[in-house]
Design a protein around this ligand. Structure first.
Ligand code: LMR
Length: 328
């Protein structure tokens, strides 16, 4: 039975290949790496599945696989192209094998807050960027924000020079690698599911992530404290394959995309609240959260901003200008 299910998936068959779905329903598998509950992406994925399964009952059947139970973020892109899954939402930092344009979103201190992100992604330039991977058969359906990133390490970090010689886990992003280098520290690219263990065993000394990831993955338990740098955006591309979209009849596709748009808007509107809640939950454990004074913050900006110049050609100055302008 397992082999038959796998074969049906590989062939992109329209037949149901799941115990939870009814005969004749098209199975839509959504694989992601974070917690299902209490996390902007996990909650958005659940909401999307609930609405699709309710409003498109009998036509589509969505199943969500959180917490790297199906694929990590590297493998999920291949799985999308093979038709083994139909939806994923990897961070924009993880598309380097497919496009260099998303390096924009990784530029440190680019967006002042999530409002600026929202303005940029809803602009013409932001919408055009959904389609930059058309040539490889991947299509962006929307941007799901997750928050700004904070640093944590095995020792207090108040200035970038405090990170000198430390090793930080990063996502598979050359911008992040350059940024960590600019702090005089070393970067190690690791899958998300490996981060807690790497921090615990000292394979790396620190990491950078959102309040929601630091809380739901319990990174704070194995770190000295968190420094509130807000230095970089974490946002996801809700992505599918062109082949999957083309395989839906017009009415099904229209209804599905309308639900995606509504859930995307709703999810982005609740990110700030979820992030603030998880920041508070970390503080409630007694973990030290270090806020930066204006001078300290200026030192982080001065250390990291020079990396922009290295990636301007990949991204395009026009796009960088448009993103900066979204700060208002
Ligand atoms: C990470 O690898 O740190 C993040 O991309 C994980 C996630 O999906 O939030």
């Amino acid at each position: 039975i397992l082999a038959a299910v796998a074969a049906a998936g590989l062939l992109g068959s329209g037949a149901a290949a799941s115990a939870n779905c009814d005969d004749g329903e098209r199975v839509v598998k959504f694989s992601h790496v974070v917690a299902a509950k209490g996390h902007p992406k996990g909650e958005a994925a659940e909401k999307l599945a609930a609405r699709v399964n309710d409003e498109m009952n009998g036509v589509l059947c969505m199943e969500v696989y959180p917490n790297t139970t199906l694929y990590d973020d590297d493998k999920v892109m291949e799985a999308l192209l093979l038709g083994d899954v139909q939806l994923a939402a990897p961070s924009l930092s993880k598309f380097e094998a497919y496009t260099l344009k998303y390096r924009l979103f990784d530029l440190p201190f680019l967006f002042q807050d999530l409002g600026a992100v929202e303005r940029f992604v809803n602009s013409d330039q932001g919408k055009d960027l959904l389609l930059v991977m058309d040539d490889v058969g991947l299509t962006g359906l929307g941007y799901w924000s997750s928050g700004l990133k904070q640093f944590s390490a095995s020792k207090p970090l108040l200035l970038p020079t405090d990170a000198d010689g430390l090793k930080f886990r990063i996502q598979t992003s050359d911008v992040a690698e350059a940024m960590i280098g600019a702090m005089g520290a070393n970067a190690q690219k690791l899958a998300f599911s490996e981060v807690y263990g790497a921090l615990q065993t000292g394979v790396v000394d620190g990491q950078e992530n959102t309040w929601s990831n630091i809380y739901t993955q319990k990174f704070f338990e194995v770190q000295d404290g968190i420094t509130e740098t807000n230095h970089q955006l974490l946002a996801y591309l809700l992505v599918t394959s062109q082949e999957f979209l083309d395989s839906l009849d017009d009415d099904t596709r229209t209804q599905f995309l309308a639900i995606v748009d509504a859930v995307t808007a709703e999810a982005n509107a609740s990110v700030a609240e979820i992030e603030a809640g998880n920041r508070q939950r970390i503080a409630d454990t007694g973990e030290e959260i270090r806020e930066l004074d204006p001078e300290q913050r200026a030192a982080w900006v001065a250390a990291m901003k020079p990396v922009w110049a290295k990636f301007t050609d990949d991204i395009g100055q026009d796009l960088i200008d448009a993103a900066v302008a979204a700060n208002g």
